[in-house]
Design a protein around this ligand. Structure first.
Ligand SMILES: [Zn+2]
Length: 301
């Protein structure tokens, strides 16, 4: 059976030459998935812009307005790490729409994968670390608001802690936040997720996968979520510029297969987002992101 992915051509917004954020990867990922037959054109869904009210379920109105209009204070804008443009503001919003749509598709079909998203360092009134609006947090609130779900589990395996998400849901028992990340990495000041597993620098495939295999089944049976959001950041890879772990291509593939098969075999729908990935080698980077979708195809989403 096929599974759905979500993509919009506005996921790629122009950035200045040599900017560290690998913006081209989103379109190249879509191209690779089609070329390798992982998805067919009919499996690609196109998101719509979310309403300001949807974004306002998480972010405060001054921040939303300031960002969308390009009028944030210099200090606040600078912390985001991406230069403001109208195209980037649109891209930010459409990616949030993409994660909302991905979640809705996952509830209908069992598994769906956005080809953007995972902006987990965004807080209610500021962004940081290339994150502007917190797409997973907004999608959680939209689904809860609409009564589509009562309980959500966020599995955040990006190499960086999901600090914004942890902060947003710190007093909300409807959303359980789980983050497994490198302990000695951005953000300098960690927040408290419902469950954090900080990992030592340089951890390899076997160490990493053993820890995940030990905790994930228990987390699912403890939380019993109506939906799992999976942030599949591949900045855990040994070749990543910003991560400090040592996972191989095969280790990442095994991770994706473990997360998807554990959730789906137990009957929990999964919505995935792409998360971080900062290898200088674009074709390797796109291939690493594609492992999630290859795993989704293999576990027969
Ligand atoms: Zn990251």
């Amino acid at each position: 059976m096929d599974f759905s992915i979500v993509y919009h051509e506005d996921y790629v917004a122009p950035l200045p030459d040599n900017h560290r954020f690998p913006m081209a990867k989103f379109a190249l990922l879509r191209d690779l998935l089609l070329k390798d037959g992982i998805v067919k054109p009919k499996d690609i869904y196109t998101p719509e812009l979310p309403s300001p009210e949807d974004i306002g379920l998480v972010h405060n109105s001054d921040y939303i307005k300031g960002y969308c209009e390009g009028t944030l204070e210099y200090r606040v804008q600078r912390r985001i790490g991406l230069p403001w443009s109208e195209a980037l503001a649109r891209r930010t919003c459409i990616a949030v729409g993409g994660t909302i749509l991905t979640a809705q598709l996952a509830l209908q079909q069992g598994c769906a994968c956005n080809t953007a998203g995972g902006t987990h360092h965004a807080f209610p009134n500021y962004g940081s670390g290339f994150c502007i609006f917190n797409d997973i947090a907004i999608a959680c609130k939209v689904l809860l608001e609409k009564g589509l779900v009562k309980k959500i589990l966020i599995v955040d395996l990006d190499v960086h802690q999901g600090d914004g998400t942890a902060y947003i849901f710190q007093d909300d028992s409807r959303v359980f936040t789980f983050s497994m990340h490198c302990e000695a990495n951005f953000p300098g000041k960690k927040q408290q997720s419902d469950f954090d597993i900080p990992l030592p620098v340089g951890m390899d495939d076997d160490g990493y996968l053993q820890i995940l295999a030990k905790h994930l089944p228990d987390l699912l049976s403890q939380v019993k979520p109506d939906l799992v959001f999976y942030d599949a950041g591949i900045d855990t890879h040994v070749g990543d510029r910003l991560g400090k772990l040592s996972l191989t291509d095969w280790g990442i593939y095994r991770r994706e297969r473990m997360v998807l098969s554990t959730c789906l075999a137990a009957g929990y729908p999964v919505a995935t987002v792409i998360g971080g990935g900062y290898s200088k080698n674009m074709s390797s980077l796109v291939y690493l992101h594609s492992l999630l979708y290859r795993a989704a195809k293999e576990v027969n989403c």
